[in-house]
Design a protein around this ligand. Structure first.
Ligand code: 13P
Length: 249
């Protein structure tokens, strides 16, 4: 059975005390049984957050990591560093990393290899720009992102991959893809996986949706048959809203 997952992506928000405060609030919330909850937070707060969430169901994740094991990469953080402080999940391929930090499909394939080699779980993001959708090339575009970064993996490596479809035009814009649009894309993603692997694998991967997920729209989105949860930006900065989204299954 596929996992239901709601992950918050705080992006570059909240200082250390605000982070501590939000986690303290999250710890007072009741999440529905069976939903896996994660928060992807700035590097600087990860170690404290791992300690603060010990014994809870909240999984602390990184928003990025470098592909090399170590070395002269000023300002970067390695998988081993994350692992050492107890971070076992990393978001890779977020559209903001692709757009502002020039991360390509090929680079992301390297990062995925490094993460898996370090036994980390990867939430891999991808999604089309508005022009791709307008020109009706969104399905092919997303298929190419998946192929270029993930098709070198063997079947067993997929056990540590969660996919997150995040159409760029829906991120931080308040414009959500409609449940029908998301369902169409998620079914397509599984079909793409089945061409390379098989239907069993395609049906076993959790595929999340991200892009202006809010308490008001989460229920309808999560009700779609191929949608296994959400990657939540803005609304994850509020404990009550984030919990309402988690409890929308
Ligand atoms: P918003 O929920 O703020 O649109 O952000 C989505 C996102 O980018 C999550 O990774």
């Amino acid at each position: 059975m596929r996992k239901q997952i709601v992950a918050g992506n705080w992006k570059m928000n909240l200082n250390a005390s605000e982070s501590e405060e939000l986690i303290a609030e999250l710890k007072t919330q009741t999440f529905n049984d069976g939903v896996h909850v994660a928060i992807a937070i700035p590097y600087l707060h990860l170690a404290a957050a791992v300690v603060q969430t010990a014994g809870t169901s909240i999984n602390v994740a990184a928003q990025n990591m470098h592909q090399a094991a170590s070395g002269a990469f000023t300002g970067e953080v390695s998988a081993a560093m994350l692992e050492e402080i107890g971070v076992k999940t990393v978001i890779l391929g977020h559209s903001e990393r692709r757009a502002y930090f020039c991360e390509t499909d090929a680079l992301l394939a390297e990062k995925i290899n490094t993460a898996l080699k370090n036994e980390m779980h990867v939430i891999f993001c991808f999604g089309e720009e508005l022009e791709d959708r307008k020109s009706e090339s969104h399905l092919d575009f997303v298929a190419s992102q998946i192929k270029n970064s993930l098709f070198h993996l063997n079947e067993s490596q997929w056990e540590n991959i969660t996919l997150a479809y995040e159409p760029v035009w829906a991120i931080g814009t308040g414009e959500t893809a409609s449940p029908v649009q998301v369902q169409e894309m998620h079914a397509h993603i599984r079909a793409v996986l089945a061409t390379k692997y098989d239907d069993v694998l395609a049906q076993s991967i959790s595929v999340l949706y991200g892009g202006s997920v809010k308490p008001a729209n989460a229920k309808e989105i999560f009700a779609q048959k191929d949608i296994d949860g959400g990657l939540v930006g803005g609304a994850s900065l509020n404990a009550v809203d984030f919990t309402a989204i988690v409890n929308s299954f």
